[in-house]
Design a protein around this ligand. Sequence first.
Ligand SMILES: CC(C)(COP(=O)(O)OP(=O)(O)OC[C@H]1O[C@@H](n2cnc3c(N)ncnc32)[C@H](O)[C@@H]1OP(=O)(O)O)[C@@H](O)C(=O)NCCC(=O)NCCS
Length: 145
Amino acid sequence: MVVAVDDSLNDQVVGFALWDVYSEKASNQPQPSAQEPPPPCFDQEAFAELRAIVSSDHQEMFGERGIKDVWHLDYLGVDPQQQRKGIGKILLDWGINRAAGDKKDCYLLATPAGKPLYTKTGFEEVRVVPIFGVSHHSMLFRYNR
Ligand SMILES: CC(C)(COP(=O)(O)OP(=O)(O)OC[C@H]1O[C@@H](n2cnc3c(N)ncnc32)[C@H](O)[C@@H]1OP(=O)(O)O)[C@@H](O)C(=O)NCCC(=O)NCCS
């Protein structure tokens, strides 16, 4: 998890990115036990459906190893008051540069809101994935383009 803070706003967090990077070593460690149960309003069925769609995209994109060989941007969000100031791009470039140092491509499943930033940065769309009736975009940034 990487956060962007704005020192002119008293170090307020103005954006965050969650990058997933597979580690053979970490995957052999014991996993944390179950967390607190979700609140009653949490739609477990919808969540399970979402997980299945996302996991199926990983298989379609990369086969059996799924996302183990890429840097995966899981979430990216910028405070609505602070958007269009380059913060999303900074958080995106952070991962792209580290992935390139690792000789790895970057992968993400973009919302319609996120797609313009990713396209501008150099991600290419590989598949369109409908999620609950909304087209999402399975995208790849190749480090050795
Ligand atoms: C997507 C998101 C993270 C972008 O963050 P941001 O800080 O506003 O993006 P940036 O300012 O770094 O944008 C860089 C460039 O991307 C493009 N871009 C970003 N948002 C855009 C938009 N809404 N429409 C068109 N182009 C856009 C522009 O080319 C922009 O450069 P410019 O402002 O000089 O024209 C932000 O809109 C957000 O949090 N959205 C809601 C959550 C979400 O959908 N996240 C994506 C999950 S996949």
